[in-house]
Design a binder for this molecule. Structure first.
Ligand SMILES: [Zn+2]
Length: 60
């Protein structure tokens, strides 16, 4: 059982535990959601440039 809301809940749980949650591109019909037709890492790279530098913080 896996849905988008489950993924979101997991992400929030991880964030709550202090994990860094990084948005990742996903492959859509064989094309990466970053919209580069020649993307070599379709669905497997972060949406944010320099994601190792920036951090996402969710305040509650
Ligand atoms: Zn891509």
């Amino acid at each position: 059982m896996s849905s988008d809301s489950d993924l979101l809940n997991n992400a929030l749980n991880y964030a709550g535990m202090g994990w860094r949650v990084v948005p990742i591109h996903s492959p859509l019909r064989g094309v990466c959601s970053c919209r580069k037709p020649n993307c070599k890492r379709a669905g497997k790279h972060p949406r944010i440039r320099q994601w190792t530098v920036s951090q996402i913080r969710i305040t509650t």
